[in-house]
Design a binder for this molecule. Structure first.
Ligand SMILES: Cc1ncc(COP(=O)(O)O)c(C=O)c1O
Length: 375
């Protein structure tokens, strides 16, 4: 598929200059058909619809598995990442031999909030400060008391890609789990969960995956038999649609499912996943690095502070820029149809559907809007 054809799949691009994919990715036009079909299904409702919907959800997890190197049966979906992370947390025991939960100061607010909540069940939280996105202080904090490490793959505020390998190696040396929040990398940066050897990896559809209303959890298959979530629901049972006495959990990752799902999320999100798969994650990454490289060049010309690592191996899909008045500039840009996000710094996030020309147009607009703040 050539680039112009790919762009034509995203109607949002006709309405504005959109460099906001780390916040919300553009939705492909094929989703309209899915929504129409969903409406028709509701208007001719029969309970048998659920069989097809659950099949489609399973097919989505298989396609997602192929995208991130996960075998069939190792992925479960739910409405958002926070729900799935909480469910993982309820599988863990915190006792006087193992009570430590290690995380970093770069996490999305869900992570500290959730683990702080689990201190009531005996967890002892250690939030390690990562200077310059370097994980060595976190690796040093891992010891025999560590139950789990919960860390981002891509930091949400700066886009930095954290080096997971030494974290996973040290955690496994002491028998601790590693739980990775990959929401800011999946769809922008290649991920192979099997090669990485990670225990749990979470992500979601509505940013770099060009989907909506669904998140996912990968579980390392050999861990599944030992996981018994306390926060659970009927869909986690071995044979949920039999509605017999539920005593056994599913043997695959569905044992981390909850109650009645919203299958529309996976159905919508399949369209974007198939497009990204067609383009290929290596091509997406090549294009992303070219675009973020151009943002870095232009930011240097303007003398803006760059919070994102420059090393391509440590750079995700977003460049974060800090300068006086950045929040005002974000709003002024939005008013002229130039869309990015602000989280303490201006986050500029091109995706595979953007062009280098759009990146330049964005930086031109930024240069104009920044001026009043500095004069
Ligand atoms: C790193 C990261 N994790 C998680 C989320 C979202 O979590 P949830 O699906 O629970 O809203 C986001 C952004 O929305 C994020 O940037």
């Amino acid at each position: 598929m050539d680039h112009a054809t790919l762009r034509a799949e995203f109607p949002l691009l006709d309405t504005c200059l959109y460099l906001n994919s780390n916040s919300t990715g553009a939705i492909p036009r094929g989703v309209e058909t899915v929504l129409n079909r969903y409406w028709q299904t509701l208007t001719a409702w029969r309970d048998e619809v659920w069989d097809g919907w659950l099949d489609q959800t399973r097919a989505y997890t298989h396609a997602l598995g192929r995208f991130i190197g996960a075998p069939p049966g190792s992925i479960v979906t739910d409405l958002n990442l926070s729900t799935l992370l909480a469910r993982v947390a309820t599988c863990l025991d915190f006792d006087d031999r193992r009570d430590k939960v290690i995380t970093s100061d770069l996490e999305f607010p869900t992570v500290p909030l959730l683990w702080r909540g689990f201190t009531r069940y005996g967890a002892v939280l250690d939030v390690v400060r990562l200077t310059n996105h370097d994980v060595s202080a976190l690796v040093d904090a891992i010891d025999e008391r560590t139950r789990c490490v919960c860390l981002s793959h891509g930091a949400y505020a700066t886009g930095a890609v954290l080096d997971l390998a030494p974290v996973i190696a040290r955690a496994h040396e002491v028998g601790a789990y590693v739980i990775v929040d990959a929401y800011q990398t999946v769809g922008a940066v290649p991920i192979d969960v099997t090669a990485l050897g990670v225990d749990f990896l979470l992500g979601g559809a509505h940013k770099w995956m060009c989907g909506a209303a669904t998140a996912f959890l990968y579980v390392r298959p050999d861990l599944l038999p030992e996981l018994r979530p306390a926060a659970t629901g009927w869909l986690a049972g071995e044979d949920p649609t039999s509605f017999g006495p539920a005593t056994t959990l599913a043997s695959d990752a569905r044992r981390l499912a909850g109650g009645t799902p919203l299958p529309l999320g996976p159905m919508i999100s399949r369209v974007g996943l198939d497009l990204l798969t067609l383009v290929g994650i290596e091509e997406i990454r090549r294009h992303s690095l070219a675009c973020t490289g151009r943002i870095l060049e232009r930011a240097d010309e303007l003398g803006l502070e760059v919070l994102t690592p420059r090393d391509p191996d440590r750079r995700g899909g977003v460049v974060s820029l800090r300068f006086p008045g950045a929040e005002r500039v974000k709003k002024a840009l939005a008013a002229r149809g130039v869309v990015c996000s602000w989280r303490g710094a201006l986050r500029v996030a091109p995706h595979i559907y953007n062009t280098l020309g759009e990146v330049d147009a964005f930086m031109d607009a930024l240069e104009i809007e920044r001026k009043p703040a500095t004069t």
